[in-house]
Every structure is written in C-alpha cells, then in structure tokens.
Design a binder for this molecule. Structure first.
Ligand SMILES: [Zn+2]
Length: 274
C-alpha cells in the first residue's frame, strides 16, 4: 500500500512539474526582461551589431530584453584555447536575438550551448561511398549548427562579419537560421510557420527561387544570394536569411516574393535600417 502511495506522489509531482515548468520559465524570463542591459553590454551591442543604432527605440528595448534572457539561459564554451568574455557572448546573443526580435519568445528552445573557436577549426568528417565504404577527411569549418543542442562558431569569422555587415555573409545569422529551421524536428528549409496555409506559399516561392539559384549558379551568373544557398533547401533558407538581413534592398529588388516571405516570417523590415 505504501508503495502505491509513494508511486502516486511521484507521478503527481512529475505531472505538476511538467505543467508548471513552462509557467516558471515564462515568469523567470519576465523578471530578467525587467532588468536593463548594462552599459558595458550595450556598448558591445552598439559596436558589434552594426544596424543597432538604426533600429526604432521599441526594437532596441526589446532586443536588450532578449539579449539578457539569452545570456542567462545559454551556455558559452570557449574551445581551442579561446576564453569567453562578455564581448564574445554579447555579440553572439545580439545577432542571434535579431532573428527572433519579433518572433514568439521561445529563445531557440533546443539550443543549450554555443561553442566558440578562436578561428576556423578542423573537423574529421565522414562521407559514405556506396554501401560498404566510408571516406574520412579533414574539413575546415567556420561554423555549424548541430540541430539539437549546440552551435559551433569561429570568433575570427564573427569579427570579419561585423566589419563586412553588408556583404550578405554572416555566420551567426546563418547558424541560428538552421536552429529556427530545426524547431519542427527536421532541418529542411521550412521553419515553423504561423498558419497551415502559409506552408503552401512558402513551398511554392522557396521551391521556385531555390531552383532559379541552382540554374544561375550552373550558368555562372552573378547572384544577390550566395552560391552556397544552391547546396540544398536547408542551406538555401540559412543563406537567404543572411541576404535578407544584410542586403535587403538588393534582395527586395531582385527577389521581391522571397523577400516578402522572409519579412512575413521574421516579422521585420530590414530595409528600414540598412
Ligand atoms: Zn549551413
């Protein structure tokens, strides 16, 4: 009988925890959001998020709140001898939170850790050849998103991207776009959309634009969207996210429908601040 009572209480506590956890997380985030970003952190954001000073005041305030929550919830790990300091953590938080500025406040729910290397890093990659052979090779990488709980970045590349904000390449925006893409369980170039009907438009416009980029790349034509986007639909979404935030004018001019889809998804208009 005692065992039944104990089991009952354990199950009751587990159910209560499952039910209360989101409430507790929401309450804690609201408390963090009430705090203002420290002046030293703000100075880093102003320096390392080049479009920050052009944002409307409401966006600035919201971004500061998001950065505080992000810094409180995510773990930063220095790799290859790099020591994480507030410049590194705040820069990554600021650029990552730009993507979710007007999104639902779930702060990349699957992501736990951000690993940062001082510069490009080498990984041992495997590539299956046929059914029985696996090719092993070393690859140099600037960043990657491990779809479940971690992102890997190169600080040297981040510093380069800050100076070259309008070149359409940004490793932080790229890897965090993969995180958004993976929130529905599959990294396939289609993130979670608001309405069921949105998926039809997304598939039609993204499908067409992806094929167009592939053919432009094959023909060797100059494109606003980086060639790497032609690799697969997941890379296409990450790359067009970089283009949307860094080259909005060119993108709107050359790819108006794609721009409209991204504007609808991110609920932002980067044309106003670039
Ligand atoms: Zn990628």
């Amino acid at each position: 009988m005692l065992n039944v009572v104990v089991a009952f209480f354990i199950i009751a506590i587990a159910i209560a925890w499952i039910w209360l956890q989101p409430v507790f997380i929401g309450w804690r985030r609201k408390q963090i959001q009430k705090k203002t970003l420290s002046l030293s952190h703000l100075a880093i954001v102003e320096k390392n998020l080049p479009i920050y000073n052009n944002l409307p005041i409401t966006y600035k305030k919201r971004l500061q709140q998001h950065i505080n929550v992000f810094l409180a919830e995510k773990q930063f790990i220095g790799c290859g001898g790099l020591k994480i300091n507030s410049a590194i953590a705040t820069t990554i938080a600021a650029q990552a939170c730009l993507l979710i500025l007007n999104q639902k406040e779930n702060y990349y729910p699957k992501l736990k850790s951000i690993l940062v290397y001082p510069s490009a890093y080498i990984v041992r990659a495997t590539n299956p050849i046929g059914d029985y052979l696996v090719e092993e090779r070393q690859e140099v990488r600037l960043g990657e998103s491990w779809y479940k709980d971690r992102i890997v970045l190169s600080w040297e590349q981040i510093e380069y991207d800050i100076i070259n904000w309008q070149d359409g390449h940004n490793v932080i925006l790229h890897e965090f776009a993969h995180q958004l893409d993976g929130e529905d369980g599959s990294v396939n170039g289609v993130p979670l959309l608001d309405r069921q009907s949105d998926y039809i438009n997304w598939a039609s416009i993204f499908g067409r634009e992806y094929k167009k980029l592939q053919s432009d790349v094959e023909l060797g034509l100059k494109t606003v969207i980086n060639n790497y986007g032609a690799t697969n639909p997941a890379e296409f979404f990450a790359v067009v996210t970089e283009t949307f935030f860094e080259k909005p004018k060119q993108m709107k001019q050359k790819h108006p429908e794609l721009y409209k889809q991204l504007k609808r998804y991110y609920k932002l208009e980067p044309m106003d601040w670039n």
